[in-house]
Write a protein that binds this ligand. Structure first.
Ligand code: CS2
Ligand code: MG
Length: 403
């Protein structure tokens, strides 16, 4: 059995997705998500120009050797483009292996550790009142965990808040929109938001918040401490994590659990955070951190230090990645929680899949071989790529900041 054909399928059913399709000499195909929000065509070029020619004729079942070949053989190791490309190949090969074995990928990993994956939804409001209403709506819809983001008085636009309650798609067509940021205003208003939310929904709903890389370590420690009365499930991306030791300072000041990692692309980005137990959840995801093969290593390393998974699951991760995440989460003994920003009906039509939302959990009932996701190539072709960028943030004085 050989890898016979490798393709990238770029489609934009409301937002851009890049999908790898690998077809074997036996006619079995597998899919992998290769979407890197705002840099989609860089990954496509890396795959088509530098990866695909090296894989034709290889045995698709040699998943580990192909992973090592693409990682060590690149010489220029790591980085989001390289590791997203490797991830897509890896997911597609696991999909093929599952189809060959006639079983879902979670069975190849070691079977079910749980019936379903607890998910958290996104309650976004332009002001506190709208955010509280959105939390209530999610609780009524069955969510047991809700991430809460709101506008900040004095700031026009804030990460996580769209033009209307609920919906939020950060990537914008055209050139990167510029947003103004003011940490002092954010630090003043955020604890009040959670006081109101906790008052509205009571103590049992898991509440999460994403600081989205915007604070310094001491500011993150202060916010974590100010949020302690509201007992968050986690405070996410409190500060940029290139300097992993900066989390020591945050940890000194707060017991609010910390989650980080959606922008990480290998275990080397989080090894010290995990080993020193500076975080509680690792968010690295299958599409940006080397696929199932590498995330298994990260999850097992994290388990040694009682760090749980909390995979990224925004709308720029396609249903292919989400299907892989559900398989992974059904198996992973140290699964923590899975982010779920539901895709649009059109995206779900382009990527029919076996996972589904059920009372606050993602479940996969049928024993669908492989990842349990497909792509409707004809429908995908009706929605061509449209360049789009994530916003950038500047401070009030105009200096670039972290979006
Ligand atoms: C966010 C994402 O879901 C999250 O936690 O950080 O919305 C992130 O901004 C986007 O995935 C970036 O493409
Ligand atoms: Mg985030």
């Amino acid at each position: 059995m050989k890898i016979e054909r490798l393709q990238t399928i770029v489609t934009c059913p409301g937002r851009n997705f890049v999908t790898v399709k690998i077809t074997t000499s036996d006619g079995v195909h597998g899919l992998g998500d290769a979407t890197l929000n705002g840099r989609e065509l860089a990954v496509r070029a890396y795959l088509e120009e530098h990866v695909f020619p090296c894989l034709v004729g290889r045995d698709p079942r040699d998943i580990e050797d192909i992973w090592q070949y693409l990682y060590r053989g690149a010489y220029w190791r790591r980085g989001p483009v390289t590791m997203t490309a490797i991830a897509a190949i890896d997911m597609a090969l696991w999909d093929i292996l599952g189809k060959l074995a006639g079983m879902p990928v979670y069975r190849l990993l070691g079977g079910r550790s749980r019936a379903g994956l607890m998910v958290y939804g996104h309650a976004n409001g332009r002001d506190h009142e709208e955010a509280v209403d959105e939390v209530r709506r999610h609780v009524e819809a069955g969510y047991q965990a809700v991430r809460v983001q709101s506008g900040v008085p004095g700031l026009d636009k804030v990460y996580g808040v769209g033009p209307a309650a609920g919906f939020y798609e950060p990537a914008q067509k055209g050139l990167p929109p510029e947003e103004r940021w003011d940490t002092a205003l954010y630090l003043r208003h955020t604890p009040e938001l959670f006081r109101k939310v906790r008052e509205a929904v009571g103590p049992d709903v898991h509440l999460l918040h994403d600081a989205h890389h915007r604070l310094t370590p001491i500011e993150a420690g202060r916010l974590g401490k100010d949020l302690e009365p509201y007992r968050l499930f986690w405070l996410e991306d409190p500060t940029p994590a290139e300097n992993q030791e900066s989390f020591r300072l945050i940890r000194q000041h707060t017991t609010t659990p910390l989650a980080v990692g959606e922008v990480f692309n290998s275990v080397w980005d989080c090894k010290d955070l995990i080993r020193e137990q500076l975080i509680d959840y690792i968010r690295s995801t299958l599409v940006h951190a080397g696929g199932i093969t590498h995330l298994r290593r990260i999850a097992d390393y994290a388990a040694l230090y009682q760090v749980r998974t909390g995979f990224h699951g925004a709308t720029d991760l396609s249903p292919v990645c989400m299907a892989a995440a559900v398989n992974f989460g059904l198996w992973a003994p140290n699964f923590g929680i899975q982010e779920l920003m539901p895709h649009s009906a059109l995206t779900d039509a382009v990527f029919p899949h076996a996972y589904r939302f059920d009372k606050g959990f993602l479940v996969m009932d049928d024993e669908v071989p492989g990842l349990g996701v497909e792509i409707d190539e004809a429908l995908a072709a009706q929605h061509p790529y449209e360049r789009a960028y994530l916003p950038v943030a500047r401070l009030r004085d105009g200096a670039m900041w972290n979006w």
